[in-house]
Design a protein around this ligand. Structure first.
Ligand SMILES: Cc1ncc(COP(=O)(O)O)c(C=O)c1O
Length: 376
């Protein structure tokens, strides 16, 4: 199966190690093992010593009870048996798409989004219909447009909520309408919810699984739990057919997840409120820093992100985003992600959930750079 280059991942692979100011990062300031254990109330030394007795078997094939109930606790109506552990959200998206989409189907993906959602179906031989998100619409799906895109051969609609790169969040009423459109053609609705869970006001953020029986949620430990190195993710759905088909597929490409990864993820899930409190503070503070900088900088504009960890920032300079980002990393050590990696030219994606000081410094360097190239 031939597949297109995964632009955003290739960009990060090529340049992330060179970054002094890493504003390409999308995880909220990652935790060390020691920090995680301390947050969970363990003595790191004692816990790590006790790990040596862990037998490295395949362990729980379908995930430990602690992991599955921990994931279920992130949802209103998901039970542990509705949860399938995967190798990150990347593994989850791939498994859902490769299991449920077949050659000759059509499916609808929002754009911009995480490239798996359109490039995997395309590689399978499905027809991909794009629902373009625009700044004018606050990067929210146009439901009338969506209605025109579906037909009886539509197998799936896929969204990314909160959205990477724009930081938009689909209001619950709109998601209900999207679910109605999906139901009208009996299609699955896959929602990549890897950035879901830390709201601005601390309230529960709905999931697609709350709204639609054929809703499939994908999540992971990478972003809001700050634990990308665990490579633990999951699929959650109440749809029995999808669960069974995906489990059949999983025997071929996963068997089980890592036993140590599962243990550490379970600790994080059991202590989610503490991790979310830490991370909510980082998000609030850094969103403000970014917003203030955008207001002060006439050379840029954006739609203020309301969720997630990234923003799509448009710049006023006549230079393609890829070239701009290569120059920034090579000349200034500043890492953004080119909008072009999301098929959004004239913009850069800024990941703002990392270190506040580096964020402010990086943004100032970018403002200077834009002034310099304008003066030339
Ligand atoms: C929307 C989205 N989905 C999935 C992933 C993959 O996450 P994971 O680290 O859990 O594989 C990412 C990572 O950037 C993402 O932004």
């Amino acid at each position: 199966m031939k597949i297109k280059t995964f632009k955003v991942e290739r960009w990060m692979n090529d340049y992330e190690d060179d970054a002094v100011y890493n504003l390409g990062e999308t995880c909220i300031d990652s935790l060390t093992i020691g920090e995680l254990l301390e947050l969970g109330g363990y003595s790191p030394d004692e816990y790590l010593k006790s790990l040596k007795d862990t037998r490295l078997t395949y362990s729980y094939i379908f995930g430990s009870p602690e992991f599955k109930s921990g994931v279920a606790s992130l949802y209103n109506n998901i039970k542990p048996e509705h949860v399938i552990p995967t190798h990150g959200a990347t593994g989850a998206n791939a498994m859902v798409l490769e299991t449920l989409i077949e050659p000759g189907d059509n499916m609808i993906s929002v754009m911009p989004t995480y490239q798996q959602h359109y490039s995997i179906p395309e590689a399978i031989g499905a027809e991909v219909r794009i629902l373009q998100l625009t700044a004018e619409n606050g990067y929210l799906p146009d439901i009338d447009e969506l209605r025109k895109l579906v037909d009886d051969n539509t197998k799936m609609i896929t969204v990314n909520n909160p959205n990477n790169p724009t930081g938009s969040w689909i209001p619950e009423e709109s998601m209900k309408q999207i679910a109605e459109v999906a139901a009208s053609v009996d299609a699955y609705l896959l929602s990549d919810e890897v950035y879901r869970g830390i709201s601005e006001d601390g309230e529960y953020m709905y999931s697609v699984t709350d709204l639609y029986d054929k809703g499939i949620s994908v999540g992971s430990m990478s972003k809001i739990f700050s634990l990308a190195g665990l490579r633990m993710g999951w699929i959650a759905t109440r749809d029995e057919d999808a669960l069974n088909e995906i489990l059949e597929r999983r025997d071929y490409n996963t068997i089980s997840c890592g036993v140590i990864d599962d243990k550490l993820a379970s600790i994080a899930l059991a202590n989610k409120e503490k991790i979310f409190a830490r991370n909510r503070e980082i998000l609030h503070k850094n969103r403000e820093i970014l917003d203030q900088w955008v207001q002060e900088t006439p050379e840029v504009h954006y739609v203020r992100p309301v969720a997630g960890t990234t923003a799509l920032v448009y710049y006023d300079a006549d230079i393609p985003s890829y070239e701009l980002c290569v120059r920034l990393i090579k000349e200034k050590g500043l890492l953004f992600t080119p909008g072009e990696a999301f098929e959004m030219e004239g913009a850069v994606r800024i990941g703002y959930a990392f270190d506040s000081k580096l964020l402010r410094q990086g943004l100032d360097i970018f403002a200077e750079f834009l002034k310099e190239i304008k003066e030339k």
